[in-house]
Design a binder for this molecule. Structure first.
Ligand SMILES: [Ca+2]
Length: 214
């Protein structure tokens, strides 16, 4: 049985889906995803996470914010550290800007309905922002981004932070801000999940900005 927090998160996600794409996405798929994520318990606050190393991978796109790389978010180590659900495969279609490294060659392809969940990593949770590169084989893809964290209540929370359309060409994903009223947690472990809600979606170079405030 899911903790109440997860059920609440699913309800929030359903509302998000309804506003973003009433035709293409269903709340039942999100509920399935959250249910799956509930099995991946994360360590809670860790003093070693107080000051994560950051980079500016989206500076070339006018976004000068500091980001923390998601572990193996480049997929250059295959799917190591990731938990795939559904049909997920590796492709040699690396995002063309190669912000993670000039020699990078690999991205992750999610078929319609598939999801991937990262391992846990250090980050704050003030106003978390997840950003990555994405493209869709179907030129009209739709993906859901979810942040996982352990709250002060010691329960795993799955926080859907946005549904985004994905075009046919590689591009940086939109900047998705969380809703207000979230717990202000710093120095916590996070994990990120991406679900393809519609179409086949390829993603590469995932980052989290734990500090964005506006
Ligand atoms: Ca890559």
């Amino acid at each position: 049985m899911l903790p109440r927090s997860l059920i609440a998160a699913a309800a929030i996600g359903a509302a998000t889906l309804a506003s973003a794409s009433p035709a293409a996405a269903g709340p039942s798929r999100l509920a399935d995803t959250v249910s799956t994520l509930g099995t991946a318990l994360l360590p809670k606050q860790d003093p070693a996470c107080a000051d994560p190393e950051t980079t500016k991978p989206f500076a070339a796109f006018g976004d000068l914010a500091d980001y923390v790389p998601v572990p193996n978010g480049s997929f250059e180590s295959g799917l190591d550290g990731w938990t795939p659900r559904g049909r997920v495969s590796l492709t040699d279609d690396n995002e063309p800007w190669k912000v993670g490294g000039d020699d990078h060659t690999t991205a992750a392809a999610l078929q319609d309905g598939a999801s991937i969940t990262s391992g846990s990593f250090c980050g704050g949770l003030e106003y978390p922002t997840v950003r990555m590169f994405a493209r869709s084989e179907d030129r009209a893809g739709l993906m859901l981004v979810t942040v996982l964290y352990t709250g002060r209540d010691n329960l795993l929370h799955a926080l859907p932070i946005g549904v985004q359309t994905v075009g046919g060409k590689w591009s940086p994903s939109g900047i998705t801000l969380t809703a207000s009223g979230l717990p202000l947690l710093t120095g916590v472990k996070l994990a990120v999940s991406v679900t393809s809600l519609s179409g086949d979606v390829t993603v590469d170079d995932l980052y989290v900005d734990p500090y964005r405030r506006s």
